[in-house]
Ligand binder design. Structure first.
Ligand SMILES: [Zn+2]
Ligand SMILES: [Zn+2]
Length: 293
């Protein structure tokens, strides 16, 4: 990054400073200008990418979990939409113990991966300077990432249900047979690392072969993937849930059955792999097993 004068952004930037920076280069949009100023301010691209990615990850994770925590605290209003409404919603103590584990995973496993992302980006030719990608490129790449991750997730998750791998890697994620939003990333460090590759690797591989992937697309992808994972663990299925508009979308209705019956519904976002491979969960399909632990 070299196009901005680092002295133009004081340590405590006022709103007027930000407005000035947002119009510094007339060939760029306000957001692109601020993005450039942000990198100039840190004067260390690895640090700048790490900070924005980790903060975005934390804000999206806990921000998206909050509505589900509120719903769980108001069973009188929301229980009618709970999938496993025969069980009480998770208590505050349960949510708090899950939060502590999630924070440990975020700081110990995910933070180092996030810090390593910038060097990997450089190696694969993933872009991070302005301008941002156009909307058509962004949407096409996001769609490809969703389909590729879902395929990777289906096969690896199915493998994780093989006895030795289940006991050594995947059992922690199945601690809660009635999942709630915070349990989306409740998993062993190995599971976080291996399943996480399905989110991290596709943009890097695509960047290597096309030279046309931007960090902004990766941040959007990471955010959407987090929202998808949290929502499908929420335990709630509403009349307006996405799966009622797009029948191939899994959502909570789909993944809740995976936690409830322990066998079947291995994919992350869509339903097609389980339908094609005959691995739909539930007693009607003869796919119901007792807990292995
Ligand atoms: Zn599983
Ligand atoms: Zn799950």
């Amino acid at each position: 990054m070299e196009s901005f004068n680092s002295t133009s952004l004081p340590h405590m930037a006022s709103y007027a400073d930000l407005v000035k920076l947002a119009h510094q280069n007339p060939n760029l949009s306000s957001l692109e200008n601020l993005w450039e100023a942000y990198y100039t301010y840190w004067n260390n691209d690895v640090l700048a990418t790490g900070i924005i990615t980790f903060i975005a990850h934390e804000l999206i994770y806990f921000g998206r979990c909050l509505p589900w925590i509120i719903a769980d605290a108001m069973p009188g209003t929301f229980n009618r939409w709970r999938i496993q409404d025969h069980k009480p919603p998770p208590s505050f103590a349960t949510q708090w113990s899950c939060t502590k584990y999630i924070l440990a995973i975020h700081f110990i496993v995910e933070l180092p991966l996030i810090v390593l992302f910038h060097p990997m980006m450089d190696l694969c030719g993933l872009k991070y300077t302005s301008p941002f990608p156009d909307l058509k490129t962004l949407a096409t790449q996001l769609a490809i990432f969703f389909v590729v991750e879902d395929t990777y997730h289906y096969w690896l998750h199915r493998a994780f249900h093989w006895g030795p791998l289940y006991r050594s890697i995947h059992r922690i994620h199945h601690q809660y047979a009635a999942p709630f939003g915070l349990t989306a990333e409740y998993a062993s460090p190995w599971e976080t690392l291996l399943l996480g590759m399905g989110t991290i690797a596709p943009p890097l591989v695509m960047a290597h072969f096309t030279g046309n992937v931007h960090l902004v697309t990766v941040l959007a992808w990471m955010g959407l993937r987090q929202v998808q994972a949290i929502d499908c663990h929420s335990g709630y299925d509403f009349p307006w849930s996405l799966r009622r508009i797009f029948p191939f979308w899994g959502g909570a209705d789909w993944h809740d059955d995976h936690h409830r019956y322990f066998v079947g519904n291995y994919s992350s976002s869509f339903r097609h792999w389980d339908i094609l491979m005959g691995t739909i969960a539930g007693p009607k399909n003869g796919r119901e097993k007792k807990r292995r632990d």
